[in-house]
Design a protein around this ligand. Sequence first.
Ligand code: NAD
Ligand code: USQ
Length: 481
Amino acid sequence: MENAALVSCSLNLLSGSRSCNKPPSLLTPSASVSLQVSQSPFRKIHLNGDKRLRKYHTVYAMAVSMGQETRAQPGSGSDNGSDEASSPKKVMVIGGDGYCGWATSLHLSNKNYEVAVVDNLVRRSFDHQLGLDSLTPIASIHNRIRRWKSLMGKDIGLYVGDICDFEFLSEAFKSFEPDAVVHFGEQRSAPYSMIDRSRAVYTQHNNVIGTLNVLFAIKEFGEDCHLVKLGTMGEYGTPNIDIEEGFITITHNGRIDTLPYPKQASSFYHLSKVHDSHNIAFTCKAWGIRATDLNQGVVYGVKTEETAMHEELYNRLDYDAVFGTALNRFCVQAAVGHPLTVYGKGGQTRGYLDIRDTVQCIELAIANPAQRGEFRVFNQFTEQFSVNELAALVTKAGKKLGLDVRTVSVPNPRVEAEEHYYNAKHTKLAELGLEPHLLSDSLLDSLLNFAVQYKDRVDSKQIMPSVSWRKTGAKPKTVPA
Ligand code: NAD
Ligand code: USQ
């Protein structure tokens, strides 16, 4: 069950009628993939409509039906307990097998939301494609969900498929009938999107078409459903003025208006998020969709209350130069004695947040939904740091643990400002009740200890950057083993 994208593609080949969103350089769809799928413990839900297509289009859902046990109300047990009458109960988590999505799925399930994961497992395929692996061993999505059920007695639904396949997404919507959709399901690495033309095209196709399909699915099958969409702080770039939360009021030639804050994204990935934001804003206006665009900063950390409960619930932790993000990478580098890789001058400043705050922010957004037709934008981060500041913090924490931590200035593979003004607002989630876990010595200790625990799994060849913004070419790039 490793390659759900392959499943979609092989179905597509059979039906010959749908577009195939196949990531570059993946294995060719094969009969054995279909066979594996048909052996899965899921029941098939056949699509209505054209009989010719019906044969091949299937949606897979957990055989165990939802809601077998008596459920507490969503939000109960949370400080931010939501109003029973108006609270959404069913949350579809698209990208629920990924880093943010898995932690969020468990958190919402723990808070008594009825959760269904939608994922094509393509993130696991990227690892195979590029020869990468998570620092932490991660269980298959099926074993993750089974383990959660056995520990907590709670079901999480599962729909394995590609949201760029509208028939698949429609069936998942009609079957689950979500009150809210949290959409994490995108290709989220800036370096991946800059490897070559095919990865740039894949990233923008996957992200923009996937999100468009989600918008159409809401319009067709659940117009009251609240879309909680993961955007990125990188949509704004690094302007030489304060960054507002989504909108800025401008006076121009004597007239005044409140307009979307200017977007200056700096990779094909970040640009896909800009395109998404425009499409979402337009459909809120045109169709009355209710949407929250969460411009999230860089996430760090690995444990949440729920993922720490059992090894089979552990989250992934990426440290490689394609999917690993700054602070997580620095902790793993410190653990294995690799110099911390500061790109260029190291003055690049971004918003950061603990993964425990990611899950909290999503819960807050769901519990306080946007109005019909409202397009809300929240900047989702808790603190801002420069890369040099992060390196200094990790060096200090590493020394306490007896690690010899050094820093190296690596020629910057990206095109970005290396010394700049940065002051981004982030008050709206705090106003809804976010209680942040600020970066502390104890968090760094625990992240470093975690990295030390798994350091034998580190492949040091994956640490130095291999993707150059300037050298992105049209020719497909093979990735060295
Ligand atoms: P991830 O790659 O770990 O997870 C994304 C998940 O979406 C994967 O499980 C993948 O298989 C799935 N997916 C991708 N395309 C899909 C498709 N077409 N159909 C179905 N499933 C699909 O990424 P993440 O780090 O969890 O990030 C989640 C979201 O949060 C992304 O949208 C990302 O842009 C955003 N974000 C992440 C960070 C961060 O630091 N990790 C920071 C800001 C914003
Ligand atoms: N950087 C280094 N050394 C490293 C890794 C990164 O100096 O070893 C620098 C980068 O040049 C950049 C900054 O650290 O200036 C952040 O880079 P990153 O790789 O941690 O994060 P980024 O590529 O921006 O992407 C990540 C997620 C993406 C999310 C984004 C939020 O992968 O999904 O959208 O963070 S934000 O940065 O706010 O746009």
